[in-house]
Design a protein around this ligand. Structure first.
Ligand SMILES: Nc1ncnc2c1ncn2[C@@H]1O[C@H](COP(=O)(O)OP(=O)(O)O)[C@@H](O)[C@H]1O
Ligand SMILES: [Mg+2]
Length: 272
């Protein structure tokens, strides 16, 4: 709990929380420079799809266009996340929350896009919310192949990947809910998928959009397999006890930071 207080306090000092008018996510981690060399991925095997900007906007996906001023908050979050991951040698990032509807999927997609826009890094986004997969819907993807087919053993993981026409970004969508999801997420198969995604490219950041921690066992099953955790808290959506319960499942060392989402903003009228 103390860590959350510290995190929220940091955000307040940056002037990012607790003011009237606009609802905005607040990144709380560390600040610092981004480094590395230019990296490009060969997409010869990955389908490239163009996304509909209006559809994205309606689903709060603002970071699709590199120069969209409304996505500045995700660029700050990106800088903080990347620096902390680099410092610790982390390559896989879990995004979760205490309760549903905190904004995990919105944050995951925008963060992945923001990372990919930076030339030094490649980003991969995996829909591991096997109960309520939403990445496909928010992005407006129409592909039939997805993680569902990979988990069923029907296709290779590379066939399920899609590039939403942003260089250095790969999405692994889940098209429909998966039965016995917590068992699936605890399985050796999923462990080897995570290892494979982590090890294939050293400069890649893999983001896993997870279910909430308190709703079922799913997130708890998979968290130990992922290097670090970004906790999204929907402003006013979790009480102290829920946050404390949730923190018990996150090892101290792997908590990268907290995003206080849907908070009020001062004069930033261009956001949301
Ligand atoms: N900063 C925000 N301000 C207002 N609404 C938001 C914000 N972030 C997300 N939402 C909305 O909240 C709902 C839940 O978001 P979602 O990302 O699906 O949550 P989760 O993945 O945690 O269940 C969606 O309707 C989304 O558009
Ligand atoms: Mg979600």
């Amino acid at each position: 709990m103390e860590r959350i207080k510290v995190a929220v306090e940091k955000a307040r000092k940056q002037g990012l929380v607790d003011s009237p008018a606009h609802r905005s996510p607040v990144a709380v981690a560390t600040t610092g420079a981004e480094s590395g060399e230019f990296v490009d991925i060969n997409y010869s095997q990955t389908d490239i799809v163009e996304l509909d900007r209006e559809h994205l906007k309606n689903h709060r996906i603002l970071a699709y266009d590199k120069d969209n001023q409304s996505s500045w908050m995700f660029d700050i979050l990106r800088t903080q996340v990347l620096q902390k991951m680099e410092e610790n040698g982390w390559r896989t990032l879990a995004i979760t929350s205490p309760n549903p509807e905190a904004g995990k999927t919105v944050v995951s997609i925008n963060l992945a896009m923001s990372i990919a826009h930076q030339t030094q890094r490649t980003a991969m986004l995996v829909d591991f919310d096997l109960r309520r997969p939403k990445i496909k819907t928010y992005l407006g993807l129409k592909r039939e192949k997805s993680l569902n087919d990979v988990l069923a053993g029907d296709i290779d993981i590379a066939e399920a990947m899609v590039n939403p026409n942003i260089p250095r970004l790969v999405i692994l969508p889940t098209n429909k809910p998966v039965a016995k999801s917590s068992e699936v997420l605890s399985s050796k198969r999923v462990e080897s998928i995570i290892t494979d995604l982590r090890e294939r490219y050293s400069e890649r950041v893999v983001i896993f959009d997870l279910p909430p921690i308190l709703a079922a066992d799913d997130a708890i099953a998979v968290l130990p397999k992922i290097d670090c955790v970004l906790l999204v808290i929907g402003n006013g959506m979790s009480n102290q006890r829920e946050i404390e319960d949730c923190m018990r499942h996150i090892p101290d060392a792997s908590l990268l930071g907290v995003v206080l989402n849907k908070s009020e903003m001062p004069t930033r009228t261009y956001y949301y």
